[in-house]
Design a protein around this ligand. Structure first.
Ligand code: HEC
Ligand code: HEC
Length: 366
């Protein structure tokens, strides 16, 4: 398992975890405390509520959708502050895995917009068929995984926890229910009775709420876009992106994806991709967003492009780098010849979609 902790926040990505108070949610009200008997000076008694569970600090407000992105679609799951707070703990907790050594962030690196630079080892010790995708802006997605074979995140996670972390979601729930702070979180997030055992569906629901509220923050381009004549070079890059170079046909602003599946000539590693769902689209993969690609050293589902520029040049060459038969390449991807100046402008524009904010620090686990 490769760990990416060497990539540090200095340049960093794109994750907004801050926002204005969104008013107190019913589930966030602090549980009333019992009168605490006096104790010796310097000893802080652990606060316990009437129900015998630890008192939790109020859940932070939901992260706000950054300016420049559309509103969350009504069809997306409805997160609550308490559910997201629990999901955040689970995301970083290795007790979610059977071996107790890996967590979601082991592969989905917060410093890489929750993506990975490799085909990380799954729970069975074998490399995944695909590079770990980013988890930003999932709220606007309706099919999940590179081939979109899952129609909701919680369903994906039921299989994913088994495949990537080696355990069933039910076993994870039972294990964490032994820890009083987690019990209090499950009760608060899902309104469970004090003596009700949390189920695997609560684990996957909380994780789904957490990942579906990770957004890419405002990028340099978002600022330039709102400031006429601010940066002529980037404006020219945007014109090429949406015009001559044809990128915006698939990477549609402002999310920079069309949420569809295309064949772009990556045939070296056999993988049916979307063909699993729709045989007519054998070898097609989801168009990834181009936001928050900071610090990445591997691109595409098979991690075959070693740099952002290599990925851009792959497209400009019409996806012919692996001698794929042109008839199986998406007709929207054609060879485009740019002058050196235009190529520089296009590259500068794609780089300007990088996020400006580093990852939020990992939470303190119970
Ligand atoms: C060992 C590496 C690994 C671990 C651990 C891991 N993932 Fe993943 N994750 C992947 C890979 C690889 C994919 C792509 C799978 C595919 O396309 O078939 C993926 C896909 C996803 C997706 C779909 C994203 C999209 O764009 O559709 C979500 C959501 C997700 N993971 C969340 C999680 C959560 C939450 C955890 C912790 C419970 C987790 N992952 C743990 C490697 C990992
Ligand atoms: C026909 C649709 C289509 C067009 C046109 C297109 N792309 Fe893509 N792009 C994709 C798909 C699909 C992928 C993911 C392919 C895969 O990994 O299998 C992708 C991947 C990428 C990636 C890698 C992202 C990552 O996280 O790995 C970059 C960068 C990129 N495209 C930039 C561009 C640029 C720049 C242009 C214009 C020159 C462009 N694309 C035109 C569909 C398209």
């Amino acid at each position: 398992m490769k760990h990416h902790s060497k990539v540090v926040a200095a340049t960093a990505v794109a994750l907004l975890a801050c926002g204005k108070r969104s008013g107190s949610e019913p589930s966030d009200k602090p549980v009333p405390t019992k009168p605490v008997p006096p104790v010796a000076v310097g000893v802080v008694p652990p606060p316990v509520s009437d129900n015998g569970l630890p008192v939790l600090p109020p859940a932070p407000p939901l992260p706000e959708v950054p300016r420049g992105l559309p509103d969350r679609p009504a069809t997306s799951i409805a997160p609550t502050p308490a559910g997201v707070a629990l999901g955040e703990l689970l995301f970083f907790d290795a007790r979610v895995s059977q071996a107790g050594k890996t967590n979601c962030a082991t592969c989905h690196d917060p410093a890489l917009a929750f993506a990975g630079n490799d085909r990380a080892l799954a729970a069975d010790g074998r490399p995944n068929a695909r590079r770990t995708p980013s988890l930003i802006n999932l709220a606007w997605q309706s099919d999940f995984a590179w081939d979109g074979r899952y129609s909701d995140v919680a369903t994906l996670l039921t299989a994913h926890i088994r495949g990537q972390l080696g355990d069933t979601a039910d076993a994870v729930a039972a294990r964490l229910a032994q820890i009083p702070v987690y019990r209090a979180h499950f009760v608060r997030a899902f309104g469970l009775a004090i003596d009700a055992a949390p189920a695997g569906s609560h684990v996957t629901a909380a994780l789904a709420q957490y990942v579906s509220t990770r957004y890419s923050s405002t990028s340099t381009w978002d600022q330039v876009e709102r400031t006429p004549n601010a940066d002529k070079n980037l404006q020219a890059g945007y014109q090429l992106f949406t015009g001559l170079a044809g990128c915006a046909t698939c990477h549609v602003p402002p999310l920079y994806t069309d949420n569809r599946f295309h064949r772009i000539g990556l045939i070296a590693t056999p993988d049916e991709g979307r063909g699993k769902v729709d045989p007519a689209l054998n070898g097609a993969f989801r168009t990834p967003s181009l936001r928050a690609l900071n610090n990445r050293t591997a691109f595409f589902h098979d991690a075959s492009a070693p740099s952002l520029d290599a990925a851009i040049d792959w497209h400009l060459a019409g996806g012919r780098g692996q001698n794929a038969d042109p008839s199986i390449i998406d007709p929207a991807l054609t060879k485009v010849t740019l002058t050196p100046e235009q190529r520089t402008q296009l590259g500068a524009f794609v780089h300007a979609l990088e996020g400006k904010q580093g990852p939020a620090p990992a939470p303190t686990l119970p």
